[in-house]
Design a protein around this ligand. Structure first.
Ligand code: NDP
Length: 253
């Protein structure tokens, strides 16, 4: 189902671990050219080596570009786009996947932590999208993908800012879609709980940890590989909004 993406240039943020890492593997296997971004360069290099192995029949070293980047470094985003264009001459798909979660009850939250979560999860994708869009508009084609969450649709205890940030992403990209018309695709992916390092990387308070543990132990969590594969199916089919969960999947197009 995802072979139609072969040859596309796909830029993935948050590619150093979890869902982003496994999206890279899925796409490398079908011959996509990849840009891998996150802060940890050594992890990106590790992911690149696996991508080259998986795509060995169709990928050369130069087909996977490691581009370390903090999504909070907004001033760098336009330069980053230029670096990708210098290398690949085009960007077909941007996967805004980098994100940070939260596990803290309301009384132990600090505003600077809330701010960081909103900046990574909302302003990061917004700023990078703004930087990429002129290129996509000029080509009259492109695909913006945003890794939202079921927390972008429902409230989750211990995750107010995370949920708020993911809800915000829906408002922003749904509105953008109405402005861009048919030339640019937008896909919002909304996974349920996934076995990744998101909870370990979360902004965690003492009481929030207890709330989060219920989620971590939930049998409803799906594997990172499955989430990544279903995300790629959604991208290949240019779906609007996709809910991805362990058991039956509900696709909304
Ligand atoms: P991980 O913690 O494994 O991955 C998060 C990724 O984001 C890492 O690659 C990390 O890389 C990157 N990242 C975090 N902060 C920054 C930053 N400031 N600048 C650049 N990159 C950053 O978790 P997941 O794979 O689970 O999360 C991926 C996405 O999936 C997130 O948007 C998350 O909200 C969403 N999601 C996850 C669910 C889950 O249950 N796991 C459920 C629903 C949605 P590095 O540290 O190297 O910068």
């Amino acid at each position: 189902k995802i072979e139609c993406l072969s040859g596309k240039v796909v830029w993935i943020t948050g590619a150093s671990s979890g869902i982003g890492e496994h999206i890279a593997y899925q796409l490398a296997s079908v011959g996509c050219k990849l840009v891998l971004s996150a802060r940890r360069k050594e992890e990106l290099e590790r992911v690149k080596q696996t991508c080259l192995k998986l795509g060995r029949s169709h990928l050369q070293d130069e087909d996977v570009l490691v581009l370390p980047m903090d999504v909070l470094d907004f001033d760098y985003h336009k330069k980053a786009v230029q670096s990708v264009l210098d290398h690949f001459k085009k960007i077909d798909i941007l996967v805004n996947n980098a994100g940070k979660s939260q596990r803290a009850v309301w009384s132990e939250v600090q505003l600077d932590v809330d701010r960081e979560i909103f900046e990574i999860n909302v302003l990061g994708p917004v700023s990078l999208t703004q930087a990429v869009l002129p290129h996509m508009m000029e080509r009259k084609q492109g695909h913006l993908v945003v890794m939202s969450s079921l927390a972008g649709i429902l409230g989750v205890p211990g995750s107010r800012s995370y949920c708020g940030s993911k809800h915000a992403v829906h408002g922003y990209f749904d509105s953008l879609r109405t402005e861009l018309g048919n030339n640019i695709d937008i896909t919002l992916i909304c996974p349920g709980p996934v076995f990744s390092n998101l909870f370990q990387h979360a902004a965690t308070g003492k009481q929030g940890e207890l709330v989060g543990r219920n989620m971590e132990n939930s049998e409803k969590r799906m594997s990172t590989e499955r989430c990544a594969y279903l995300s790629c199916v959604a991208i290949a089919n240019r779906m609007y909004e996709v809910w991805v969960s362990q058991n039956p999947i509900l696709f909304m197009t």
